[in-house]
Design a protein around this ligand. Structure first.
Ligand SMILES: C[S@@+](CC[C@H](N)C(=O)[O-])C[C@H]1O[C@@H](n2cnc3c(N)ncnc32)[C@H](O)[C@@H]1O
Length: 284
């Protein structure tokens, strides 16, 4: 299924500048897909990125953040595939943007994949994918919503079963929310996730917003209207307090390397270092 769910509770549309970030990430996936040593193949990424994504990427070659995004996409490909090889047959992409996992991955029979994002973003994605002849490889529902507001009811209205285990992915998203909205979104996910459910997301720590190593990236995001706001210094502890067993890894560590990280990895015991955590967890 493509097309938006009929019930769209988008009462407070977020700033559309955030939609640009979906173009940027798609451009990174397009560039990764044509590498000889690519970590995945996203055949629709270039069309989805469009001129906006291509122009953004052209000014940023060689930035470590681009490698972070490529590794992250592969790590979360592996995560959702692992999750759905078990009893989990519902996947929720929170802030799906131009993610094409519902089209480019092979899913076990019966997997239902829900995509939440701004209606305008989901509409454009469907238009581009339809024009390219792409077909979902699972049962796909797109749900337009303001993720900083109420969205759980719309997800359930679209067919999500909150009594069955689920897999949640929040990739490249949480840092665009203020801290209190990060907590609200993760609390909402926790409420909808029964025992055995899986969660994956990435988040930076507070030092990242100010550290000289990461400040140019942070400033670029602000200047382009999509500032990084929300952080978690201890995402594992945060999830643990909410009934999840979680682990966090940094780009370049063995679980998030794929032979593609050429930079030093800041040792965990070093204080006041910027951290970009890839977090995965299981609901207890
Ligand atoms: C950087 S993109 C990431 C998209 C996707 N997860 C990926 O990895 O390609 C961030 C996405 O968050 C969405 N977003 C940000 N704030 C939102 C909000 N309050 N409600 C709905 N979507 C939001 C944007 O529309 C955008 O598609």
């Amino acid at each position: 299924m493509t097309g938006l769910a009929p019930h769209e509770p988008n009462r407070n549309p977020p700033d559309l500048a955030l939609a640009s970030t979906a173009h940027w990430i798609a451009a990174v996936r397009a560039a990764e897909s044509v590498r000889a040593d690519s970590l995945f193949n996203d055949p629709w990424a270039a069309a989805l990125a469009g001129t906006e994504g291509a122009q953004w990427l052209a000014g940023r070659s060689g930035r470590p953040a681009l490698t972070v995004m490529a590794i992250r996409a592969r790590l979360f490909d592996d995560f959702v595939q692992r999750a759905t090889s078990t009893v989990v047959k519902q996947v929720v992409l929170v802030a799906a943007g131009f993610d094409t996992r519902g089209f480019r991955l092979q899913w076990p029979a019966g997997v239902r994949l829900f995509e939440l994002d701004q209606p305008e973003v989901l509409d454009r994605k469907v238009r581009v994918l339809d024009a390219a002849g792409a077909r979902p490889t699972c049962i796909r529902r797109a749900v337009g919503a303001d993720l900083a507001g109420e969205w759980g009811a719309a997800l359930v209205d679209a067919g999500f079963d909150s009594t069955a285990p689920s897999c949640w992915l929040l990739e490249g998203f949480l840092f665009y929310l203020p801290d209190e909205a990060v907590v609200r979104v993760l609390d909402e996910v926790t409420q909808l996730a029964v025992a055995g459910s899986q969660i994956g997301f990435d988040i930076a720590n507070t030092v990242t917003l100010h550290h000289p190593l990461t400040r140019p990236w942070i400033d670029m995001q602000s200047q382009l209207g999509a500032p990084w706001l929300g952080t978690l210094d201890d995402p594992v502890g945060f999830l643990s307090a909410r009934g999840w067993h979680a682990t966090a890894t940094q780009p370049g560590e063995p679980a998030a390397n794929y032979g593609r990280w050429p930079y030093p990895v800041p040792p965990r015991q070093l204080a006041d270092m910027p951290r970009h955590w890839f977090v995965t967890g299981t609901r207890l």
